[in-house]
Design a protein around this ligand. Structure first.
Ligand code: SAH
Length: 232
């Protein structure tokens, strides 16, 4: 058997893991070793007084910056094999489902979570870290971003979620958002489930879903349909 997908997380807050990754199907798959999670506490790699990991920014300004020597010791301690080394950062490339698919198909990833004002640029350059952002907003640390990235990848690993079909049909596959979903009861607060979905006519249902997905995507995310357009 091949080795399971392995996520190694470098963090100042190992207690934040597995966090939400311990819940539900993703957490069950972790217990069943369908994927592996390992955390390393960056602070244990500091040889400085009081195990300090940060210092004031060169050039002045508020906050603290993670020291390159401590970060590099932590990074270099990891057996990476062929796994990409990723720095979670609002200055990174925005995460997409297509990058998630590539990462999920690999053997895992090594994730570095920064805190404070971020990480000294020299480590990012010298260790050739790939920088990934989970969106255009600023978090207090990379831990939640790492969990977002891990969860997005792990749910694509065969056998982790129940039905593989649900993965094929959902948002961003074919650059469309998913069609709206309904379940029982058929009438709820005077609102009915669209009649076509109860018709049993698979051709009509498929057409209805494709049209609904297309019009939703055009309205909410025109940028997915037309690469030059911007979202509202
Ligand atoms: N001063 C930095 C922000 C630091 S936020 C700047 O303006 O770019 C502290 C840390 O939280 C970051 O170094 C990163 O590891 C994490 N983080 C914050 N926002 C993030 C985002 N949108 N995506 C991924 N990681 C993020």
């Amino acid at each position: 058997m091949t080795e399971p997908f392995r996520a190694t997380v470098l963090t100042l807050f190992p207690d934040a893991f597995p966090g939400t990754l311990g819940a539900s199907l993703i957490g069950r798959a972790l217990k069943q070793q369908k994927w592996q999670l390992e955390t390393l506490d960056i602070r244990t790699f500091s040889h400085h007084k009081h195990r300090s990991v940060d210092d004031t920014p060169a050039g002045g300004g508020p906050g603290m910056v993670l020291r390159p020597d401590v970060a590099a010791m932590a990074i270099d301690s990891v057996e990476r094999f062929d796994r990409p080394l990723i720095h979670l950062s609002p200055r990174g490339k925005p995460l997409t489902q297509s990058r998630v698919r590539e990462l999920a198909a690999g053997s895992g990833m090594v994730l570095f979570c920064s805190r404070f004002e971020g990480l000294d640029q020299r480590v990012i350059d010298s260790r050739q870290m790939e920088e990934i952002s989970i969106g255009d907003y600023v978090l207090a640390g990379g831990e939640i971003a790492a969990q977002v990235l891990i969860e997005a990848c792990v749910r694509l690993i065969p056998g982790v979620l129940g039905a593989q079909q649900s993965i094929v049909e959902e948002s961003f596959e074919g650059n469309l958002l998913e069609y709206p979903q309904y379940t029982r009861p058929r009438v709820w607060e005077d609102n009915e489930v669209p009649e076509v979905l109860l018709s049993g006519d698979h051709g009509r249902i498929a057409r209805w879903r494709r049209d609904a997905a297309t019009s939703l995507t055009k309205r909410v995310r025109p940028d997915l349909v037309d690469k030059n357009a911007k979202p509202e």
